[in-house]
Design a protein around this ligand. Structure first.
Ligand SMILES: *Cc1c(COP(=O)(O)O)cnc(C)c1O
Length: 417
């Protein structure tokens, strides 16, 4: 928790790299604390997109001309950057997708459709984002497999004894978030993956809330699949990736058919491309991939370890400060948390709180955070959520706290203090 002051100061100065943070909102300085929904983009990423369209644009993989080859090189360099981010063994284990949601649907419709039979079981957890529930539920409906959710404790941690009791020889897949988007809980992946493998199940990690905030190493984790979104990693919207271990990908059938995913086509029989190309039908988001590559380069220059330390310090400050106000309930009190603060204020609906904070230039999210089963578990309709990124500073935290106090005054609650 003790961030060296220098790390915190130096990183917060990077806010100057993000043009949008300089624009006032409702006449106020913007305190952007909705990073769990999407992050802002640094100049380096915006420039990479512009530069691509101004200097490099052409379709990839089929061209004989210079620009097409150049564009292909940039696209494949971006794949190599994603490999580096996840420390995958080979860039051929990286499939570009529109984001986490598409990555998980791809996996469900290819590997899942191939492997799940009636009576098989898929384990998800009580704190998953809808993106890591619904595709598996749809697949279970089609295949006759059974969805088994792991219980969550009052602290917002996975009930590991319950998880262990669910594992059995029929378990085909465990689908689990690396970090909970609603609570910030960091799940004990090492143990989850080891136990899943001991019954022969595969493991998909939803890394949407992890990759921008800590170092990830899919080889050390020994997970089989890892999904993330570019737009939560300071990259463009409509980008993301799915890591699939090479030996598993080799057997996976294609999903969308079209150009680029084939080797040969005839009316009698089509054969498919090898590797990630088999899953990338049609012209992909080339500029987006290049922008994602620039985003990865950007965070790697700062250092994901430094970013993690910085955000941990912001979370600690925000947690301590908000608890000095009356009537605050924090939802998600695990000892292992990333930079997400989910909370309720007595007597103020989270949506009203969000609206009042907005008038102060403080952007947070209010609602169920695409995790309705988790909200049901806590018996609440939703929470207010502040989520941190590398460009946030103590000023943003204090703007949040001042805004919550103002809301309490407006609502005439918590005035005893
Ligand atoms: C945002 C998020 C998703 C969905 O990501 P998209 O970019 O909307 O596809 C899935 N899981 C978690 C944990 C998320 O935070």
């Amino acid at each position: 928790m003790n961030a060296p002051e220098s790390v915190v100061m130096n990183i917060a100065e990077r806010a100057a790299d993000f043009p949008i943070l300089a624009r006032p909102i409702r006449g106020r300085r913007l305190a952007y604390l909705d990073n769990g929904a999407t992050t802002q983009k640094p100049r380096a990423v915006i420039d990479a997109l512009t530069q691509y369209y101004e200097q490099s644009n052409a379709n990839i993989h089929r061209g004989v001309h210079w620009l097409s080859q150049h564009s292909t090189d940039l696209y494949e360099q971006a794949r190599e950057r994603v490999r580096g981010l996840l420390n995958a063994q080979s860039s051929q284990e990286i499939i570009f997708t529109r984001g986490t949601t598409e990555a998980i649907n791809l996996l469900a419709q290819t590997w899942g459709a191939q492997h799940l039979r009636e009576g098989d079981e898929v384990i998800v957890t009580g704190l998953e984002h809808h993106s890591n529930i619904v595709p598996w539920q749809m697949l279970c409906e089609r295949s006759g497999a059974i969805l088994r959710p792991v219980s969550v404790t009052d602290k917002g941690e996975l009930d590991m004894a319950h998880y262990q009791s669910l594992l059995n020889a029929r378990t085909r897949l465990v689908a689990v978030a690396h970090v909970s988007n609603a609570l910030g809980t960091i799940n004990p992946l090492d143990e989850i993956i080891r136990l899943a493998h001991s019954v022969g199940a595969r493991v998909l990690v939803d890394g949407a809330q992890a990759v921008a905030h800590q170092e990830v190493d899919v080889q050390a984790l020994a997970c089989d699949f890892y999904a993330f979104s570019g737009h939560k990693l300071y990259g463009p919207t409509g980008t993301g990736a799915l890591y699939v271990r090479a030996d598993i990908m080799a057997d996976m059938p294609p999903w969308q058919g079209g150009g680029d995913m084939i080797r040969t086509v005839s009316f009698e029989r089509t054969t498919y491309a090898e590797g990630p190309q088999r899953f990338e039908a049609g012209t992909p988001n080339i500029a987006g991939a290049v922008g994602l590559g620039a985003a990865i380069e950007y965070v790697q220059q700062i250092g994901l370890r430094n970013i993690a330390v910085h955000e941990e310090a912001l979370l600690a400050e925000a947690t301590d400060s908000i608890l000095t106000l009356p009537g605050i309930r924090i939802i998600g009190t695990s000892a292992h948390k990333a930079g997400i603060l989910s909370f309720l204020v007595d007597g103020i609906h989270p949506h009203d709180l969000g609206t009042i904070l907005d008038t102060e230039g403080v952007a947070i999210r209010a609602g169920h955070h695409c995790a309705m089963p988790l909200m049901t578990h806590f018996g609440i309709p939703g929470t207010a959520r502040a989520s941190f990124a590398l460009y946030n500073s103590s000023d943003d935290v204090q703007a949040l706290i001042a805004g919550v106090r103002k809301a309490q005054k407006l609502f005439g609650v918590g005035l005893d203090g």
